[in-house]
Design a protein around this ligand. Structure first.
Ligand SMILES: *Cc1c(COP(=O)(O)O)cnc(C)c1O
Length: 502
């Protein structure tokens, strides 16, 4: 199976090239030329497999220039019971009371307690194998700009992986205290973490400039290195996310919640549109999904797009209690546009160009109609997010994080407005302990303690839930990284970090 660029169909690359390269030269994203198609019998055959078995089948069907051994090795190394706290890395919690019926697919049992682990635990294995196939012998240098979750998940995935080095830049003051502590205490011999004086956009722009700086690229080449990307536009991050939708469906059949062949709906708290797009791919491969419910916080650019067909990023940016969804340019939407426009690369290039130059585009009626056939969009502000966390805890004894609560709230809006009672899978994307302050404030009326770990302890004492071990251990962990630099010092920081500053 080969891959095209969303902006230029004449670009055709193999799976390993798509993963090693990350993004196409002209700025397009790589998409599979065709999808594996599964019949109900194929899905039935997955029922008896475990998560790893399902992952090997599905990922193997996409990664046609990988050997079966390479896929086996990658999957077995990534999804261990040790790393994910149990045999099933993506277990489901059911909420069923009255007319409320929700399956919460918990994707946060990995080493960094957010759903990014589902992809970033396996990406390093796929990436090193891809680099070996396409740029044999080179060392991959991964640069990441992060607003919190991606940086830590990438560090944890790439730490001590042979043939790679990873550098993460985060905005000093722009991440939560827990996220900062997670990164500053990161272990591993091939990792470095740098805080920059600026915001997330400054960090991201700085990294992009380094990626395209010819002098730096030349210096890397002389030292047998090349840049690579671990952010969510890489196909190697999207593919592993398709697996858990099939796996959740199989688990629901096995647990007697649905019958094989029944339709489900999917609701996802969305930022960069990666997670929800993975479920759309699953549907196009044969998973019986009726509707995709796209949940946003106050940065509701996607809600407006789904309702009106106009994507307008020129709007106020809100800093919310669900920070991993604070985003106005939702990169993976480009892949959806490609597929629902009938793979019209010229059209996609035109729309993305308009977004870059004017900050806004409008899709035609045909695309809008397709979009609304599958997608429903809604949003939830901070007050309603906290109210939802409080209600879920009080009425259902379920402790949700801020992102998951946005999805639950928007799903309830959807059910009320449409009356559609199809069983729903809601993506639960982070541990509540990663956002302890907002979660604790939602379940108590008492004054909050001052420091992060006191809040964590109090949340645990109040709710009787356990603090995830990877977060509990941070309290006494040694801080390894405290370096802060200005944005214009980033290139020099990269070169000296790699010991190639000549
Ligand atoms: C990244 C993230 C999201 C958004 O996922 P996308 O794939 O970017 O849409 C939602 N919740 C949490 C906790 C995240 O870390």
């Amino acid at each position: 199976m080969n891959y095209n660029s969303t902006r230029d169909k004449s670009k055709v690359v193999s799976a390993s090239q798509a993963i090693a390269q990350g993004i196409s030269e002209e700025g397009g994203l790589f998409v599979p030329q065709q999808l594996p198609k599964y019949t109900m019998d194929d899905i039935k055959a997955m029922l008896s497999a475990d998560y790893r078995g399902r992952a090997k089948k599905i990922m193997g069907d996409f990664l046609s220039d990988f050997t079966a051994e390479e896929i086996e090795e990658s999957v077995n190394a990534a999804y261990t019971a040790e790393k994910f706290g149990g045999e099933n890395p993506a277990p489901i919690s059911y909420i069923e009371s009255g007319d409320k019926k929700m399956a919460l697919l918990e994707l946060w049992h990995g080493p960094t307690c957010a759903f990014k682990d589902m992809a970033l635990q396996i990406l390093p294995h796929l990436l090193t194998k891809s680099v070996k196939k396409t740029y044999n012998g080179k060392e991959a240098v991964i640069l990441v700009a992060t607003s919190g979750d991606t940086g830590k998940a990438a560090l944890e995935g790439f730490k001590d992986v042979d043939g790679t080095k990873i550098m993460v830049f985060y905005p000093t003051g722009g991440v939560s205290p827990m996220q900062k502590r997670q990164m500053a205490t990161q272990k591993g011999d091939n990792v470095s973490v740098v805080a920059i004086r600026g915001n997330f956009d400054d960090a991201q722009t700085g990294v992009k400039k380094i990626f395209t700086n010819n002098e730096i690229k030349q210096r890397l080449a002389e030292n047998n290195m090349l840049f690579s990307s671990a952010n969510s536009i890489n196909w190697g991050r999207l593919l592993p996310q398709i697996v858990y939708y099939f796996s959740a469906y199989c688990d629901m059949v096995n647990e007697g919640r649905i019958a094989l062949g029944d339709k489900i709906n999917v609701c996802v708290p969305t930022g960069n549109f990666g997670n929800i797009l993975a479920s759309f791919y699953a549907m196009n491969m044969g998973l019986p999904v009726g509707r995709f419910i796209c949940a946003s916080n106050s940065n509701n650019v996607l809600t407006d797009f789904i309702k009106t067909g106009t994507y307008d990023k020129k709007r106020k940016f809100f800093t919310t209690i669900s920070p991993s969804m604070d985003i106005l340019v939702s990169s993976n939407l480009e892949r959806l546009l490609y597929h629902i426009s009938g793979e019209n690369a010229e059209k996609v290039a035109e729309l993305m160009n308009a977004l870059n130059t004017e900050g806004v585009y409008t899709v035609d009626d045909e695309i809008k109609e397709k979009l609304n056939k599958y997608f429903w969009g809604g949003y939830c502000d901070d007050d309603n997010t906290q109210k939802t966390i409080g209600d879920l805890y009080k009425n259902e004894n379920y402790l949700a994080d801020t992102h998951t609560a946005v999805a639950v709230n928007v799903y309830e809006q959807y059910a009320k407005e449409t009356g559609d009672m199809t069983p729903v899978v809601i993506a639960s994307t982070a541990s509540p302990y990663k956002f302890a302050k907002a979660v604790l404030a939602s379940v108590t009326d008492e004054a909050l303690p001052e420091d992060e770990f006191s809040m964590v302890d109090e949340l645990s004492a109040k709710t009787g839930t356990a603090v995830p071990a990877p977060l509990a251990s941070l309290k006494d962990a040694e801080e390894r990284f405290s370096f802060v630099c200005d944005v214009d010092e980033m290139p020099q920081t990269v070169l000296s970090g790699l010991s190639i500053n000549g």
